[in-house]
Design a protein around this ligand. Structure first.
Ligand code: NAP
Length: 306
């Protein structure tokens, strides 16, 4: 059985599993606490020890962090076997305070600290291994974020800080004011939306030897629909390459496509189906040639390179 490797994600960053289990959709999985614990143990057995959460995941009645916390409570020792990522910075209605009139981003010190305290309480743990600022806040005061991170680290509530969906300049701005090193930028990477391969984000991370985390590797499930010319082209090419490399499915080819990027992203798995998780693990053994990688790029674009 292929086992997922462990990697240090940045020069001063934590060691994580090279595939991460995402918990955004946990509320849709229809699992009771015992089944959630079983699922957690199954992916940890495969070597996927890093789990991705966010303060905002799930519903107001059943936040995903609380669902996860209920499962962890059944076997608290599991905490020592995993690394927990969570995110702050999206304030939504109606679960926010009555003073919230609109969904918005907030990276004020008080908002970050309140969010982390809530995450810790829901998860039933004392520390987050990595806290990410979920989305770039146009009103972000980088000094404010830096001070919040220092305080949370000092209090032992977070070990590391990172960001998500930041442009290279937003990343550089925050790092310029933070003594604490940013350890990742979690961004969308898949062959349907090629923005990340074009906007400098991955190049910046490669330069800094910081590993990106890749969300929606399968385009949030849209990859399985053939409702556009782009999807039809992608399906044709992914199926051809599936046969060429001996993959079991087109999603395995997509994981191999992401893993070939020189910034060495850590894919986040979105499925709550353990067979699909196993299939993603098996995909780490596949290698695409440069031409196979570009054939997928061309299929997505609908035109060749210049
Ligand atoms: P994804 O892998 O692109 O999409 C997962 C969806 O695809 C699930 O609904 C899954 O259904 C479905 N799927 C997988 N294989 C399939 C197949 N063979 N046929 C049909 N449907 C299939 O990942 P994602 O859930 O969008 O994102 C992954 C994780 O990234 C999230 O859990 C979250 O932790 C993180 N994330 C972060 C951000 C951010 O802004 N930082 C944004 C989005 C997500 P099943 O469950 O039935 O398999």
């Amino acid at each position: 059985m292929t086992q997922v490797s462990r990697v240090q994600i940045a020069p001063e960053g934590p060691v994580c599993s090279s595939l991460i289990q995402g918990y955004w959709r946990m509320g849709e999985w229809g699992m009771d606490p015992q089944s959630r614990l079983t699922f957690l143990k199954q992916h940890v057995e495969l070597g996927i020890t890093t789990v991705d959460h966010a303060h905002v995941y799930g519903s107001a009645q059943a936040p995903c962090e609380s669902l996860f916390g209920e499962a962890l409570k059944l076997d608290p020792a599991m905490r020592d076997n995993i690394e927990i990522i969570s995110k702050c910075g999206i304030e939504v209605m109606p679960c926010g305070a009555p003073s919230h009139h609109v969904n918005h981003y907030s990276s004020s010190q008080s908002s970050i600290i309140h969010s982390v305290d809530t995450s810790l309480q829901r998860l039933g743990v004392e520390q987050l291994d990595v806290l990410l600022i979920h989305r770039p806040d146009i009103l972000m005061n980088a000094d404010d974020v830096a001070q919040a991170a220092e305080l949370l680290k000092h209090q032992g509530k977070i070990k590391h800080l990172g960001v998500s969906n930041f442009t290279p300049s937003q990343f550089a701005l925050l790092q310029s004011r933070c003594d604490t090193p940013l350890v990742t930028n979690q961004v969308e990477i898949n062959p349907v939306n090629l923005a990340m391969t074009e906007d400098g984000t991955l190049e910046q991370l490669q330069q800094l030897a910081i590993r990106p985390m890749a969300w929606s590797c399968l385009a949030g499930g849209a990859l399985f629909e053939q409702n556009s010319e782009q999807m039809q082209r992608l399906h044709k090419t992914l199926n051809e390459i599936k046969l060429e490399v001996g993959a079991e499915s087109i999603e395995q080819v997509v994981f191999a496509w992401i893993l070939k990027l020189p910034s060495r992203p850590l894919p986040i798995i979105g499925s709550g189906n353990i067979d699909r998780v196993r299939s993603a693990v098996a995909a780490t053994a596949l290698t695409l040639s440069n031409q196979q990688w570009y054939r997928i790029w061309v299929a997505s674009k609908g035109h060749g390179v210049a």
